[in-house]
Design a binder for this molecule. Structure first.
Ligand code: FAD
Length: 467
């Protein structure tokens, strides 16, 4: 007899959801976590959950469907994502949210917002951010007969006759009828970033990871031991940064004018972070420049929307006067008495910046951004010397989404598309659930909860049937 029916490796959002569902299906469950507490990156997150057709939407009078979410998901990703997995995510995201609500997570209707580039609000923000989601799941784990073992990093699976039948801890084998890998992503592992997320790795020392230090890609390595295929190459979510300091930044003011090396604007500078890093990455050199004038610098104040988070030290406000002046001294903000000189210092195509600024200023004066339709009230003239430019890099690694190949039952597959018996996976450690484009804030926690729940239920049923 196995020591456990199901062993879950990794106790973040996906792992805790899996452990709860497996226990509720009648399995004897162990949850092994490398850190000294449960939560992973889930507990550090903003706690936004992306879903359609929810009670929270209905409370706001919003009618929405999983089908519409699926069409949006596939269109934004240009169909370069596993459609069956995307469909499962879209249909189960709503029930997953209600499951969290039923356990006590609060998603206040007034915090619901359009977190992607869709026009239906689907970004459900937990009142207490990711910490609340993790605390509620942790509480539910502790209410059940689940053996939680902390400070225990699993580095090896026990495989027999091609089937996974436990994990190896030092020299001890702990047998189980099924194993769920839920170890999160590999953002904290520079080697794996080079191997699987070169777009992030190419930023060299400018790239840095904001998630749990334990997310070093162990799940990919564990899966490979059993023959799993790794899919969804070069995917994840990067956030843009002026690279002043290695601190999370979420606020980019509308008075910045972005130009690429051709000296052209290429985006509404206030576009959602979900798409911004990809757009910047696509420019010549994979970065761009934020341009502004001296009056803008003198007027740059902390945005009141982020005052609390800033005061709590949760985010960095780069776009404030004192910080910008300090970065002029450090050389990260370039200053020049004319746009022509600024253009030269940035390495922008000669003769282009002055024309782009003139066009932008005309739009500011005429009351409409005719090029990219940025809200006019956020725009400022760029007229008063000295002028400034800061290079913007897509370099903050928020999450990775290259990983183990799974099916809609969270079973792990090998390269021949065969199921690896006894092996299940969920969350950031899996690949091809999230596509090349992050569909909006909440995409990843929805993935963790939806497939975590499926992995828990399916692993329990597999293991109990195996006997
Ligand atoms: C600052 C920040 C803000 C974010 N905001 C949002 C947001 O608002 N909405 C959204 O959708 N996404 C957000 N994300 C991304 C999202 O939080 C994660 O992608 C998601 O929570 C991953 O869940 P997971 O369960 O797969 O992994 P995690 O929550 O990271 O859990 C993985 C767990 O596995 C453990 N582990 C790793 N290796 C081993 C091992 N070998 N043995 C045992 N245990 C191991 C880790 O210690 C960790 O506890 C954010 C991320 C960050 C960093």
């Amino acid at each position: 007899m196995h020591a456990y029916d199901v062993i879950v490796v990794g106790g973040g959002g996906a792992g805790m959801a899996a452990a709860i569902e497996a226990a509720d299906a009648g399995a004897r469950v162990a949850l092994l976590e490398a850190d000294t507490r449960l939560g992973g990156s889930t507990s550090l997150s903003g706690g936004v959950y992306y879903a359609a057709d929810t009670s929270v939407q209905r409370a706001r009078g919003i009618s929405d469907t999983a089908e519409a979410m699926f069409q949006y998901y596939m269109t934004l990703n240009q169909y370069r994502v596993n459609a069956a997995l995307a469909r499962t995510l879209c249909t189960q995201a709503g029930p997953g949210l209600e499951w969290l609500v039923g356990m006590g997570v609060q998603f206040p209707p007034d915090l619901l917002y359009a977190s992607g580039v869709e026009n239906v609000p689907r970004g459900h923000a937990a009142a207490g951010q990711g910490a609340e989601i993790a605390e509620v799941l942790d509480r539910e784990v502790s209410r059940r007969d689940i053996d939680v073992v902390l400070a225990t990093r699993v580095t090896s699976l026990e495989v027999s006759g091609g089937a996974v039948c436990g994990v190896r801890l030092d020299d001890e084998v702990v047998n189980a009828g099924a194993v769920v890998i839920a170890t999160g992503g590999f953002g904290a592992n520079p080697y794996l970033l080079h191997r699987y997320y070169p777009e992030a790795a190419q930023q060299d020392d400018k790239a840095w990871y904001i998630g749990s230090t334990h997310c070093i890609g162990d799940g990919l390595m564990l899966g490979e031991q059993a023959g799993a295929e790794i899919v969804g190459h070069n995917r994840g979510l990067l956030l843009t940064t002026p690279n002043f300091r290695k601190e999370l930044e979420v606020y980019v003011p509308g008075w910045l004018m972005y130009v690429n090396r051709e000296g052209r604007r290429f985006v509404n500078e206030t576009a959602e972070y979900a798409v911004m890093s990809g757009v910047v990455q696509g420019q010549t050199g994979g970065s761009c420049f934020a341009v502004f004038d001296h009056e803008a610098l003198e007027a740059a104040e902390p945005d009141p929307r982020y005052a609390d988070a800033f005061a709590a030290g949760a985010i960095s406000l780069n776009w404030v006067r004192d910080e910008l002046l300090a970065q002029v001294k450090s050389g990260k903000v370039l200053r020049a008495d004319s746009l022509d000189v600024l253009e030269r210092e940035c390495g922008i195509r000669p003769g282009s910046l002055r024309a782009t600024v003139a066009e932008y200023n005309r739009d500011v004066q005429n009351g409409a951004d005719r090029a990219f339709f940025k809200p006019h009230d956020q725009m400022r003239l760029v007229t008063t010397a000295p002028f400034y430019a800061v290079e913007i890099f897509p370099a903050i690694v928020c999450l990775t989404s290259t990983g183990l190949r799974i099916d809609t039952s969270a079973r792990v597959h090998n390269a021949a598309n065969e199921i690896i018996p006894g092996l299940f996976a969920a969350g950031e450690t899996t690949g091809d659930v999230l596509g090349e484009r992050y569909i909006g804030g909440g995409n990843s926690i929805a993935n963790a909860v939806v497939f975590g729940r499926i992995a828990g239920a399916q692993s329990a049923s597999f293991s109990l049937a195996r006997g």
